[in-house]
Design a protein around this ligand. Structure first.
Ligand code: HEM
Length: 399
């Protein structure tokens, strides 16, 4: 992926590029391309498909994420301004969004998540112990994906025997390249399977409630009405997407980072109290989520004259890697106390699962380095990252 910028023209005075965020590229190439765009423009126009605006000024990105009245979540996919599906709560605007967040808040509060720590640690330890006696592994498949998926299934009350099925679906839905799935048929059939699976789980909980998030959600009311099966389903699908890929991606980056920065790895092994700050820095520097919003009125943002109904892409990386906000912004500094990054978003849709994600990440890095303190990237790998949400595609480590 090239980071040399050559606009193909202009649209309403703003530079245009045939910019496509879906393409895979070498490790960190998407983030570096954002640095280049942010250095050159405060915003630009992507000419692909129906066209959309892209804001590359960090402060403007944050302001737009907070201004839900102007930047609606009715669509959160830049290439699809009029989706025929709904993800709850991600694609709702206040006040309905606020009702859902209030109900969900107690399930994901710092206190509720802290109570799960012993169980979360035990799952991580068991998975890492299984790898200790070996001399290497593909760590995404064998650890980074299994660990948070198992925790998530327990939280939702889904049977653990379904873990491998879930991992297969996630893989088909999110990780197949164009060559592997040229007509998207594998992706579609995985989406249908996930949809049918949640329909069945919802029906089971309606008939026989248990002590899990899904059963508790059945007792919630919004405006005095119980939650319909349709909305419950939209909620399950969003949880599936939000919870299943993000933490694995972040664990993948943490292991990649410490494999390629042995001096920092030695520092966290010698002083595990540095892990908390390092994890925040990794989230900041490798920023991998790229939200989008739909304008509800004509507005100018990042120098782009946005018309009502148009899509606006709001990459978090341009704020998190902004040289005006951070000294040496591209460096992970385990001694830097970064609390103001926006890797979990900003505004009303800020990540619901951030406390869980932080705990899982900290536990993963702590327990991994207690057991496997010395490791390296296996030779001969061509390390690539996925488009859309940037995660290293495959990571084989040796120890
Ligand atoms: C390192 C891991 C994670 C990162 C970096 C992350 C990041 C984000 C970001 C940036 C958003 C806002 C998207 C937007 O503004 O359009 C978001 C929303 C969300 N996340 Fe996370 N997330 C992570 C883990 C999780 C986990 C583990 C869960 C749940 C189990 C979760 C559940 C959600 C939900 C439900 C939303 C939608 C919130 C709303 O619309 O109000 N996330 N996440």
């Amino acid at each position: 992926m090239s980071t040399t910028l050559e606009p193909e023209g202009t649209h309403k005075g703003v530079p245009t590029y045939s910019f496509d965020n879906r393409e895979d590229g070498p490790v960190l190439s998407h983030q570096e391309r954002w640095d280049a765009f942010a250095g050159a423009h405060s915003g630009f126009r992507s000419s692909i498909s129906q066209g959309y605006w892209v804001v590359t000024d960090g402060e403007a990105v944050q302001r737009a994420l907070q201004d839900w009245e102007t930047f609606s979540s009715a669509s959160v996919t830049a290439l699809n301004p009029d989706p025929t599906f709904l993800w709850i709560p991600e694609m709702l605007d206040p006040p309905l969004h606020t009702d859902w967040r209030r109900l969900l808040g107690s399930e994901f509060s710092p206190k509720a998540i802290a109570a799960r720590e012993p169980e979360i640690r035990q799952v991580a330890v068991e998975l890492i112990d299984d790898l200790c006696g070996r001399d290497g592994a593909e760590v995404l498949d064998e650890f980074a994906r299994r660990f948070p998926t198992l925790i998530f299934m327990r939280l939702m009350g889904l049977p653990e025997k379904d873990l491998d099925r879930f991992l297969d679906w996630v893989d088909s839905m999110l990780h197949l390249s164009f060559e592997e799935d040229p007509d998207h048929s594998r992706q579609m059939s995985a989406m249908q399977a996930v949809s049918a699976y949640f329909e069945e789980q919802i029906a089971l909980r309606r008939a026989h409630p248990r002590d899990d998030l899904l059963s508790r959600a059945m007792t919630w009311e919004i405006d005095g009405e119980p939650i319909s099966d349709r909305d419950m389903h939209a909620f399950c699908i969003l949880m599936f997407q939000a919870g299943f890929d993000t933490v694995p991606i972040a664990i993948g980056w943490a292991l990649y980072h410490f494999a390629t920065h042995p001096e920092q790895r030695s520092a966290i092994v010698a002083d595990p109290s540095l892990i908390g700050m390092s994890v925040e820095e990794i989230l900041r520097v490798y920023s991998f989520v790229v939200p989008a919003r739909k304008a509800t009125r004509d507005v100018e943002v990042g120098g782009c004259p946005v018309k009502s109904g148009e899509m606006v892409m709001l990459p978090l990386a341009v704020s998190n890697r902004d040289p005006e906000r951070y000294e040496n912004p591209l460096e992970v500094d385990p001694h830097r106390s970064t609390s103001n990054h926006i890797a979990f978003g900003s505004g009303p849709h800020r990540c619901l699962g951030s406390h869980l994600a932080r705990l899982e990440l900290n536990v993963a890095v702590q327990e991994w380095h207690k057991r496997i303190p010395d490791y390296r990237i296996a030779a001969g790998q061509d390390l690539e990252q996925t488009g859309n949400m940037y995660g290293v595609k495959s990571l084989r480590l040796e120890w």
